[in-house]
Design a binder for this molecule. Sequence first.
Ligand code: FE2
Length: 286
Amino acid sequence: MVPVLTPFFHAPTCTWTWVVEDPGTHAAAIVDPALDYDPKSGRISTLLADAVIAHVHDRRLGVLWILETHAHADHLSAAQYLKQQLGGRVAIGAGIEAVQRHFARVLNLGADFAADGSQFDHRFADGDRFRIGDLDAEVIATPGHTPDSLSYRIGDALFVGDTLFAPDVGSARCDFPGGDAAALWTSIQRILALPDETRICLAHDYPPDGRQPRPVVPLREMRERNPHVVGLDAQGYIALRSARDAGLAAPQLLYPALQVNIRAGHLPEPEANGTIYFKMPVSGAW
Ligand SMILES: [Fe+2]
């Protein structure tokens, strides 16, 4: 069974949010939904999520799953908003606990924050299988960018999260907590060993030189044209990746994004005055 794929590009964060649909039963999953957040005003809105909801209603889809490839550091997840509006179970990789432990410590979230993944409806491990209507879905652990990173194979579509990007962009950074370039190399090799006809569904695109963002890259093209793959071995990749990562700035939405995404898309609890706040550690504070 071949899934129907509908990508939504979230331009402020260069994120692809996906709706994947079984054409026979109209069962569906949403992958990596982005919430709109303006860091200057702190205002949250649901522009992209509402477009996803309209599409789901239009196609009369039944949403079974809201799948995160990992706890993103560059955008806030719309998972809970979509769950409230459309149903579905919010899932992520079992490695989320390591990410939660790290950021609970960095953000001093205290004993009230459970770093056990329980905010999610389900946590997947490598090799897990599930169904979306008549579509066969499989979980492939692809750590390296983060320890919780997963790829989801649904029919011939592979949602790779932050592992590989478009061939003219390369691969994901590995300098986040728990990131590991050697692990990402191994993960990329697992992806590239899948059948030639696999459609690689990107989680982001950062198009250079004014080209249009690409949602899908054929696996064969990735194998033949991605400079983070072609002609490299593990050592060469690790050297290239580490040199790149040394020059990268922190993502603009790192702290707000993690505070929402390690809570499965829930915002922090409001304070006594009814207002919700994001925290940010000040390094080198006096
Ligand atoms: Fe990421």
